[in-house]
Design a binder for this molecule. Structure first.
Ligand SMILES: Nc1ncnc2c1ncn2[C@@H]1O[C@H](COP(=O)(O)OP(=O)(O)OP(=O)(O)O)[C@@H](O)[C@H]1O
Ligand SMILES: [Mg+2]
Length: 356
């Protein structure tokens, strides 16, 4: 006999170019930050069509996602299921690609796995799902993403199969998530005056200006070069094939983010000093695009940096424009600000549906 599905309230997912972030709901007892999880935004194709395993040997953590006759593997252990050449491609059709859908479904699978007392719910209904897109693809892709998210998703295989049904979804512009999350953690008060959110992620640098919650669309935008472009610039100088190897890209990325003097590949220590100008060139290109679109900055009261590249980009911006230092704020837990903001939106949608 079929059991009735487990119905859970609001959840949210942020499929980035580098990381997929998701919420696991908010403990009912308090209004603190929603618990979150993440896995890398890579979805290798399993050539055999199934995840091979061997008795008694540890399995890579994740699930298989079949889409249009192709089987992807998604989760924290995706790199171990990969071919070793699974590039994170920064393309504008990302949100409408099958790979993106595989990542989205991988997040739904994890959300379902966390739901229920035993953490093994096989059939879950999410009433409201919050999602986001960068500004450069939002107006073209939001409707299609919403349509893809709503409905039934069967994810995983065999004993790991889970069915997740999304009743309704809402897609917002990614940095709006940060503004909403900031207001939420600030006792429901948005920042006064004009706030410019700067969100350097893996694939895009997004910037978003608003006065309280009213956006300045014409001055907001996104440019498709951020942290990955920095890492690729270093890789290209050494071995362009490294672009396609997530494990090496991660090492370069970490060296850039943590300002390390070197990183190691096959026992060879590579000094960063000689490659730093290539990184700075990418940072400056993106920053210049942003500043050109924003125009005069005199009316900006707060610069709120978020996203995984926040420290790298803010350091460069301040070096070039020291006067911006006094209006700059660094977001707390920046990788998760957007997804936590999407969660707040999904919760508000759910509350209004209940007639609160
Ligand atoms: N554990 C970590 N702590 C801090 N920073 C990290 C961590 N893991 C990754 N990062 C940084 O976060 C960056 C990616 O940021 P983020 O997760 O915000 O991007 P994204 O949302 O996937 O990309 P986009 O917004 O362009 O789609 C990486 O380039 C890396 O430098
Ligand atoms: Mg992002």
């Amino acid at each position: 006999m079929n059991q009735s599905p487990l119905v859970i309230g609001a959840r949210s997912i942020d499929v980035g170019y580098f990381n997929v972030k998701f919420t696991l709901g908010r403990p009912a007892s308090h209004g603190g930050p929603a618990p979150v999880g993440n896995f890398p935004a890579i979805a290798p194709v399993l050539r055999s069509g199934a995840a091979r395993h061997m008795e008694g040997v540890a399995q890579p953590d994740g699930c298989v996602v079949p889409i249009n006759g192709v089987t992807y593997f998604v989760g924290p252990g995706a790199a171990q299921r990969g071919s070793g050449t699974d590039a994170r491609l920064v393309k504008e059709d990302y949100a409408t690609s099958d790979r993106y859908l595989a990542l989205l479904r991988g997040a739904l699978w994890r959300i379902a796995g966390d739901a229920g007392d035993a953490g093994d719910a096989k059939d879950v209904v999410i009433r409201r799902l919050g999602l986001g897109l960068p500004l450069n693809t939002y107006f073209d892709a939001a409707q299609a993403l919403r349509d893809r998210a709503v409905g039934e998703h069967v994810v995983g295989a065999g004993a790991n199969e889970r069915r997740v049904t999304v009743e309704q979804a809402r897609v917002i512009v990614q940095p709006q998530g940060t503004i909403i999350h900031f207001g939420y953690t600030n006792g429901g008060k948005p920042l006064e005056g004009v706030t410019m959110v700067v969100d350097p992620g893996g694939g895009t640098l997004d910037w978003y200006l608003s006065e309280r919650t009213t956006p300045y669309w014409e001055r907001s935008g996104a440019y498709p070069k951020a942290m990955l472009a920095c890492a690729y610039a270093v890789a290209d100088r050494l071995d362009p094939g490294w672009r396609d190897q997530p494990a090496i890209v991660d090492r370069i990325d970490r060296a850039i983010r943590e300002q390390r003097s070197s990183f190691t590949v096959q026992g060879q220590e590579i000094q960063m000093a000689e490659h730093r100008p290539a990184v700075e060139q990418v940072l400056d290109e993106s920053i210049d695009q942003m500043l050109t679109a924003v125009g005069k900055m005199d009316d900006v009261d707060h610069l709120l940096f978020t996203g995984g590249g926040a420290s790298v980009f803010s350091a460069r911006l301040q070096k070039r424009y020291p006067r911006l230092k006094k209006i700059t704020r660094m977001d707390v837990d920046p990788i998760y600000s957007n997804v936590r903001g999407f969660q707040v939106v999904a919760e508000a949608d759910l509350a209004s549906a209940k007639g609160w």
